[in-house]
Unconditional design. Sequence first.
Length: 371
Amino acid sequence: MNDIKITLPKTTKGRKTEAQKIKYISDLQDFANKLIQIQVKIAGTTHIKDKDKVSARGWCYLLEGFGVITKDEFDRCFKVINLCRKEGYLPIDFTAQDESRDFLNIEKLSEKYKEPVDYINDYLRWVKNADEHKKDVAFWESQEYYLQMVVEKIDVRNVFHDICEKYHIAVSNARGWSDILSRNNLIQRFKEAEEIGLIPVLLYYGDFDPAGIKIAETFLKNIKDLEKATKWNPENLIIDHFGLTIDFIEENNILWIDNLITSGGRNLGNLYNQYKEEKKNVKIYDYEIKYIEQNGIRKCEANAILPIKKIAIKDCENVIIKYLGDDPFEFYDEAIEENRKEITDLMETVNFKERVQKLIDDIKNSNQDSN
């Protein structure tokens, strides 16, 4: 992405001259065009699917990674992106939908009418092929471990959605420090898994910064805090903090963000330097000091994997395989096939498919006669 030069448009306060207005509009249009170029590079195609879109806040993280803005400029960047959408410089659906804002109970305003004969025959054809649909086998029954995944950003969850779906893994966006209800839902699934003899594993993918490391280190404590309420002791829980490490970042040429400015405007780099000089009256925490002394005044947001999605997905799959093995579907597929064979044998015994086909033909002929 380094070949795309992009700057965040700025405007002056107060009354603007016509020349200033024209310049700002031109800057907005150029900014929007550059975002579209970056989106195409990330998706690898001009035909952008919903799963390839980046959230509005995700764009802020990407632009921070490119050195365009710092974290305390996120609100202004967010407003500029939305202004481009409102003015039509970007498609209105340019950013990923925030699912927490989705409407519920949406009903179609009109339905495509289906003729009664087609309606009935569609169902009969489905019944006729019932042996192909039978799939009531639990994937996890044949495994040793039960995996769930928590990631730090909605865009990262979207990147890992398909691979998690492939391996039947529940995945959630923690959105920072997870709330009690989210933790309870995760715990209840682990609790059920342990009751059937599975070993619980939590895969965590977060930011490589002081807060991200702190979240990973305190996840077990946050789950254990609910032990009395959930009646579940996480003593056997494995927490695997994978993904962004110094080695992974450098091996894949991911850009470091050379600052540690928080969304609240705290400049941890400046605070650390003051702490080293004065060692008093400085609002900086031990975990932040430890991070800086180990990694320097720099960070890497989880969204940084968007330009290298294929590599990140492969890395994620390798972690999954570590617990599920190279062929976790062997017994699962065999169980499905065995169930389907039992249905097929039973259907053949009573000439089920032939009888249903006769019904389909009779209904079709009856309808033609009536017309």
